[in-house]
Design a protein around this ligand. Structure first.
Ligand code: PGA
Length: 263
């Protein structure tokens, strides 16, 4: 199925390069990486943003060196709960206290390796937006789901069960990241046309559930083996508003090129 992009002026949307470091770097390595990226990056235009998602232990430390306009620091996960007897959990207020402004929820590694359920992700989505932070909500199908042509069904289910309960105002704090599981860390990217098609589908779902204005304002990032060589073509698709980048965000020169590829 081909989903046509909605007619709109897409210049109103934020274009974003986000680095998901996963469980990599020590705090000092992370600080050096950020310093190198910031010093090698151009000044961002008003509609462009860069997010760093280091491990929890480095957030406060990294946020101290992220002093350039439109560069932000966030967390890769958070607790759905506010405080209390939840051993090993980190709350949104703890994250805000160390200057985190964004939280990734629903990454496929958390869904598959840490058994995160639709219900838990729904709770976390609400917790993040209620805290005033920006939610980066991930969705995406596995290879088997794509091969059986169920990719639209599964992405729709992921959004309906864990994100689209948010109200219109809350949706303004949301960035969606489409990350086909088969493209994550594999060196295999969705083709720009395949990615565009799914992004247009996601935007159409947002329109159906809210309205055209919210659909047009919501940035939808592509993730899955984004690198310096493929970023420009992916980001030039009408419904792709940047990337959520894993491996290539750990190399300063590579991530700088990805930032430069933002429209
Ligand atoms: P990758 O990871 O760029 O290494 O494929 C993307 C992600 O998991 O967010």
């Amino acid at each position: 199925m081909i989903y046509l992009p909605l007619e709109y002026n897409n210049s109103m949307r934020k274009k974003i390069a986000a680095g998901n470091w996963k469980m990599n770097t020590t705090p000092d390595e992370g600080k050096l990486l950020v310093k190198n990226i910031i010093s090698g990056s151009p000044s961002l235009k008003e509609h462009q943003e860069v997010y760093f998602f280091p491990p929890f232990t480095h957030i406060g430390y990294i946020a101290e060196v992220v002093g350039k306009p439109n560069f932000y620091t966030g967390a890769q996960n958070c607790s759905p709960f506010e405080k209390g007897a939840y051993t090993g959990e980190i709350s949104t207020s703890m994250l805000k206290a160390v200057a985190a402004t964004h939280v990734i929820i629903g990454h496929s590694e958390r869904r598959s390796l840490f058994s995160e359920s639709y219900e838990s992700l729904q709770h976390k989505s609400s917790t993040v937006v209620n805290s005033g932070m920006t939610l980066v909500f991930c969705c995406g199908e596995t290879l088997a789901e794509r091969e059986s042509k169920n990719q639209y069904k599964i992405v729709q289910e992921q959004l309906e069960r864990s994100l689209l309960h948010l109200n219109k105002d809350e949706m303004q704090q949301v960035v969606v990241a489409y990350e086909p599981v088969w493209a994550i860390g594999t060196g295999k990217t969705a083709s720009p046309a395949e990615a565009q098609d799914m992004h247009a589908f996601i935007r159409s779902l947002i329109k159906e559930n809210y309205d055209e204005t919210i659909a047009m304002q919501t940035s939808i990032l592509y993730g899955g083996s984004v690198n310096a060589a493929n970023a420009k073509e992916l980001f030039s698709q009408p419904d792709i508003d940047g990337g959520l980048v894993g491996g290539a965000s750990l190399k300063a020169e590579e991530f700088i090129e990805i930032i430069k590829a933002l429209p």
